[in-house]
Each structure stands twice: as C-alpha cells, then as structure tokens.
Design a protein around this ligand. Structure first.
Ligand SMILES: *Cc1c(COP(=O)(O)O)cnc(C)c1O
Length: 405
C-alpha cells in the first residue's frame, strides 16, 4: 500500500525533493507515524516548523473554531485574529508594525522591497544595494534566490536580480569594505540554517548594528528558521543585545499552518503605503488564529525555556559523543537548532537514523542538522543519543582497525 502510493507520487508530483520513502499519516508531540504504522522520533519538526510538536491541542482548537466562523475575507477588511496576531508579535519583539504573508520567501521578498522603498523615499534613486552573506539562504523566488549566497541553488536560473553584494559571514571588515552610498540594507540569518548551522558572533552583530545605525542602513534579520523559540529565546536577535530594523518570520509562526510575517520599526514599515505591497491570503483569519495560538502556547507553557534547557542537554550529550568519535568535527548552534559537523558523509548516517526510527536532516553533505520540536523531553533526547551512539560506533570501528594495522 505504502509502496504503491510512493510510486504514484513519483508519477504525479514534481521531483524537486529527495523524500524519505514513507507516507506520513499522523503525528503527536515529537512522534510521527507512517502508513504501515511504524513510529518515528521527529528530530526535524517539519524543518523547524512544528515547534510545539504535532497535533497540539491549543492549535487544533483555535484553528477549528476559526474554521467554523470565517476562512478568508481579504485584507480589504480588518479581522480580529489578524489584529491579535500583530499585537502579540509587536508586544514580544522590537517591532511596531507587522505585514503578514504566506511563506518565508515571500516575507524576505517583502523585506527586500521594504528596505529599498524606505531608502528611496528618504534618499532618492540609486541607494538600493543590499549586503548579504556568503553561504546564506533566503528562499527560492528570483529575488530571494539572488540574495542567497550559495551558487548551487542558482544554477540555470540566470538572469538573477541585481543589487546584492555578497560578503563573508562574521567579517566586520568585509562589511566596512563593501558598504557605500549605494547601500540601503544588510540582510543576514543570525544562525545560518541551510548553510550548516553557523552562528553569528556577538562582537560581529554588535559592530554591524553600530555601523548600520550610523549610516541609516537597515539591518534585516532573517529569523525564518531561528525565530519562535528555536534558539532558546523567542527571537535569536535577543541573544545579541541589539535590535534589527526588520525581521522576517515564517516556518514555526503558525506551527505548521503556512504563514509568514515582516516585523519592522514604525518608521521603516511606513515606507509601505496603500498600494505599494500586498498579499491576498496574507494573515487571513485561519492563518492568524494559528499565530495567536502558537504565541500564547509558547508563552503560557514555558516552551522557550524548554528549548534553552533541552538544547543545552542535547549539546552536552553530543559533546560527549564527540569525545568518543573522531569523525565528529564540531557541535554548533543555540537552543534546539544544532549542527553536528562530520568529517565523513552525512547521507548514510541519516539513512541509519531513519532505519532506527529517528528523523534527522543533513545539510551541505556532512552537517547533521537537529531541529526537534521545542516541547521535547529529556527521555526523548536520551533515546536519540543512545541511537546516535550505536550508529556512530559502526563508522568508528574501521578507523580503529586501520590504526592497529
Ligand atoms: C526556510 C527558510 C527560508 C524560506 O522559507 P520558505 O517558507 O521555504 O519560502 C528563508 N530563509 C531562511 C533562513 C529559511 O530557513
């Protein structure tokens, strides 16, 4: 039955993804079930999306109640849910105004437009360049792909959008060298996710904030992956004692319901006037109800604290594995956004985890990316570490034998 369905999938669905060879039918907390009834521990959370786990009762309740009342009316009207969602987002962040959309790429696309428009209104033509980072990831639309600093995603899609200047991550001298009268913004992920879980240094972010502030160059944080509790704070910028001017969100914002947002300071967001930017579905009552439920649950149930604590626990366990296994090169990350860099290929190890009933991700060929739901418990992390230990042993043995020879 499962195999037949997968055959159909390859016949009818665009082959843009390498998928796990299972049809997932059900989720609960940190666990998933496939069509054959096999259970998996989810250390991916739908790529940092289901931060409250699967089938959380608060989200189900608010979404279904809202579905019974009103799906959509367009942004030509006000709706209670969207107002509540925007109020929550601004109350708990630096931002004053929110624009809702439907995905991460759409949020970044909007942020790019907003930065250009802000600068154009204040300084006129020509000040439109955005400094972005090498090894970054900002999305798959033409503009966000252009902003992305990894050539492998761009092959065959030229011509791309002009006006992006790529610099090495964590280098303040590269910023100084490349910032000029044409620069309107600097855009970066506080932790590069797709790129392999590389964390921005504190001194770097502080210096970056200083330079950008002095020149009225906007600082855009792409928190699509790092936001909503993932890194052990509600937003990753809060680790750095600074505030960006614009922040983009999506992934976990609706705990799995597709919704994105641009959050900005009032003066910045005011560069968008009626008619300058729009999204038909953006923040519709269904989407907004999931944002409200996600936010309230995060705060009421201490989920961000758990992310911080369990992140620390997971990292401690991984560091002791690193001592045992020489092919573990580095453990990186914050909260429950963790990268395990290997000196060997990660793909086979990912398959071993899958065969043992644990879902993880591998990025850039050799970096295991761990993104469990933020409600994860100690016992579930212990289970993961036990399995990891068992799998890693398979890969260490040949090396030990080589040494003996
Ligand atoms: C996932 C991601 C995006 C793209 O989001 P989509 O919803 O897939 O368009 C952009 N930036 C970062 C940092 C991401 O992790």
């Amino acid at each position: 039955m499962q195999d037949e369905l997968i055959k159909k999938a390859t016949q009818y669905i665009a082959s843009t993804y390498n998928r796990f060879p299972v049809v997932i039918t059900k989720g609960e907390g940190c666990w998933l079930w496939d069509l054959n009834g096999r259970r998996y521990l989810d250390f991916l959370a739908g790529i940092a999306v289901c931060n409250l786990g699967h089938a959380h009762k608060n989200i189900i309740e608010d979404l279904t109640v809202q579905a019974g009342k009103l799906f959509h009316v367009s942004n030509l009207f006000y709706t209670e849910q969207q107002i509540k969602a925007a109020e929550l987002l601004t109350r708990h962040s630096f931002g004053d105004r929110v624009f809702f959309c439907n995905s991460g790429a759409e949020a970044n696309e909007g942020a790019i437009k907003l930065a250009r428009r802000y600068s154009w209104k204040k300084y006129g033509e020509g000040r439109h360049n955005i400094i972005v980072m090498e090894n970054s990831f900002h999305g798959r639309t033409i503009a966000t792909l252009s902003a992305t600093g990894q050539s492998k995603f761009k092959e065959g899609f030229a011509p791309l959008v002009d006006g992006f200047i790529y610099v090495p991550f964590n280098s303040i001298s590269a910023i100084e060298k490349n910032m000029n009268e044409k620069t309107c913004a600097v855009m970066l992920e506080p932790i590069q996710g797709e790129g392999g879980v590389y964390v921005a240094k504190k001194e770097y972010i502080k210096a970056l904030r200083d330079i950008t502030q002095k020149r009225d160059v906007l600082l855009i944080f792409d928190e699509i992956q790092t936001g909503i509790g993932r890194t052990g704070k509600l937003f990753a910028y809060q680790h750095y004692d600074i505030e960006p001017d614009i922040m983009t969100l999506a992934k976990a914002l609706g705990n799995g319901f597709p919704v994105g947002a641009i959050v900005a300071r009032e003066e910045v967001m005011n560069a968008f006037e009626p008619g300058t930017h729009a999204s038909t579905f953006g923040g519709n009552p269904l989407a907004a109800s999931t944002v409200v439920a996600t936010f309230n649950t995060m705060i009421d149930e201490g989920v961000v604290n758990n992310s911080e604590e369990m992140g620390r626990y997971l990292k401690k366990g991984l560091l002791s594995l690193k001592k045992r296994f020489s092919f573990i090169k580095e453990i990186r990350g914050m909260g429950l956004m963790v990268g395990v860099e290997l000196t060997i290929e990660g793909d086979k190890i990912l398959k071993d985890f899958f065969n043992e009933g644990i879902i993880i991700n591998c990025t850039n060929g050799n970096i295991l990316r761990l993104l469990p739901p933020l409600i994860i418990k100690r016992e579930e992390i212990d289970l993961f570490l036990d399995v990891a230990n068992r799998i890693f042993e398979k890969y260490e043995k040949p090396q030990e034998m080589e040494k003996r020879i």
